[in-house]
Design a protein around this ligand. Structure first.
Ligand SMILES: [Zn+2]
Length: 479
């Protein structure tokens, strides 16, 4: 049995990653940096992969800087025989406030505000009265070329202020309803102070619509002239760093646990697998992290995109140049996807929100999510495979979640990936509280539970699946 103390080094690493990754750009970039440092080769997705990879190799590539595909090829993989892809899939995005395309906002009174848009289904009341920084990606003109730069302003430059209790009616206080357009626009300064430093703005159809102080801030951070900034995708984030918390350090508090805790653990699992168990591997172990799950996954970087099916096809055809359509279909049948997204732990103050028999607990292990109405992709076989993988290593057995019959069910990228690729999929995740809050909570030990299970999946999936496959054949022959 692993203790909290044994989980702390991993939890500290997780906190570092969470704090350093306030948006999908940084989440992907920080993951890519770890992979690169560990010797993963960066593939150029715009060029053919043929001739670029070999059994025993480890690689990654990114899509538009917010999605990433990282994989290892087992040294025992036979390129002439169908093999499988052991996939862990998650998402890099979280609900947040994003700067609108025209960041300048006309405000009442003395305060200067930024125009922001709500991204995803946040618990928006949790964004009030927090010290907010700004981060994301900026396009900068450099002579005749345009460069992409990541920006991370770790200063409390913005704040969404609450209305004083004395100014709210009793009904308003009781409801605490947030109008997403009117009440979430952050304050960044006061006019008299900012106007003292008023700057001339370009009239180029873009710059004049931007808050000049925002452009100044970015230009100072990036060391470029403000007039060279041509566009951006910027997020606001809570400045409070991720923390190990609780009386016995049994919790991690952070923004974006859904789903960066998964991104962190899955990349750690792939790194460990690459280091320790590639030698006996006959398959491809792959982590795919998508963007835009929180808004339905329909984008070039989301789970509805061809990223996963394309990865399987490109990698297998580059590795096995003689592969046919039939060969490719056999590969899909030998593959398996662990769709990992955070799960709802039982909340002691709202325990009636869970069905008693399927109420996951913090620090008690990964949760398999099932929904017979297919809001989750878990099936009889995929559920069994994950449990069996855990059993082989004597790991904490997975917990089970089914939503109450009288409550709507969330969903994940699992059903989307399963229907787009035909790859068997299980939906699972680490339990947490306060999902979609600006600051969420999970169990310290569940990071380790996740790492151990993901690693066991890479190490034992093939033997578990082979036993099952033999079972299928016997059944058919007996009939
Ligand atoms: Zn999620």
């Amino acid at each position: 049995m692993t203790t909290v103390a044994e989980c702390l080094p991993l939890a500290r690493k997780a906190c570092d990653y969470l704090t350093a990754s306030p948006d999908p750009y940084h989440a992907v970039n920080n993951a890519a940096t770890k992979l690169r440092v560990a010797g993963f080769e960066c593939l150029q997705a715009r060029k053919p992969f043929a001739g670029k990879m070999r059994p025993g190799g480890k690689y990654y590539y990114t899509q538009d800087d917010t999605a990433i595909v990282a994989f290892t090829i087992g040294t025992q993989l036979d390129v002439d025989r169908p093999y499988g892809f052991k996939i862990i899939a998650g998402h890099t995005d979280s609900p947040n406030l994003r700067v609108k395309p025209r960041s300048k906002r006309t405000s009442a009174g003395e305060c200067v505000q930024l125009a922001v848009e709500c991204y995803g289904g946040g618990l928006w009341h949790t964004w009030f009265d927090r010290d907010l920084g700004v981060s994301g990606k900026v396009l900068v003109r450099n002579g005749s070329s345009i460069e992409s730069k990541f920006v991370l302003i770790e200063l409390p430059v913005a704040r969404v202020s609450n209305l004083a209790i004395h100014l709210a009616t009793a009904d308003e206080r009781a409801a605490f309803r947030v109008n997403k357009e009117d009440h979430l626009q952050p304050i960044i300064g006061t006019k008299s102070v900012l106007e003292e430093e008023a700057k001339e703005q370009l009239q180029d159809g873009w710059t004049e619509f931007q808050e000049p102080e925002l452009l100044s801030l970015i230009s100072a951070e990036l060391g470029v002239e403000a007039k060279c900034i041509v566009d951006f995708d910027l997020c606001l984030f809570d400045m409070q760093p991720a923390a190990i918390a609780g009386i016995k350090s049994e919790f991690v508090h952070s923004g974006r646990l859904d789903n960066l805790a998964t991104c962190f653990v899955s990349v750690e699992a792939l790194l460990t697998h690459a280091e320790s168990s590639l030698a006996g591997d006959t398959d491809i172990s792959i982590v795919i992290l998508f963007d835009h799950e929180e808004v339905g996954s329909g984008s070039t970087t989301g789970a509805c995109s061809p990223i996963m099916s394309e990865a399987v096809r490109r990698i297998s055809s580059a590795l096995s140049p003689k592969s046919t359509e039939d060969f490719h279909s056999a590969i899909l049948r030998q593959s398996f996807c662990l769709s990992i997204d955070m799960a709802h732990a039982l909340h002691p103050n709202y325990s009636n929100k869970h069905e008693k028999g399927h109420a996951p607990e913090l620090n008690k292990g990964i949760v398999i999510k099932t929904n017979r109405n297919q809001r989750y992709a878990t099936s009889l076989i995929s559920d069994h495979i994950l449990r069996e993988v855990a059993r082989r290593e004597s790991l904490t057995p997975p917990q089970a979640f089914v939503v109450r019959n009288d409550c709507g069910c969330g969903s994940t990228i699992g059903p989307t990936l399963a229907q787009n690729t035909g790859i068997r999929t299980v939906d699972a995740g680490m339990p947490q509280l306060s999902m979609h809050s600006c600051r969420e909570t999970m169990g310290t030990m569940d990071l380790m539970n996740g790492l151990q299970l993901f690693l066991a999946f890479f190490n034992h999936f093939r033997e578990v699946d082979n036993q099952l496959s033999e079972g299928y054949c016997c059944d058919i022959e007996q009939r």
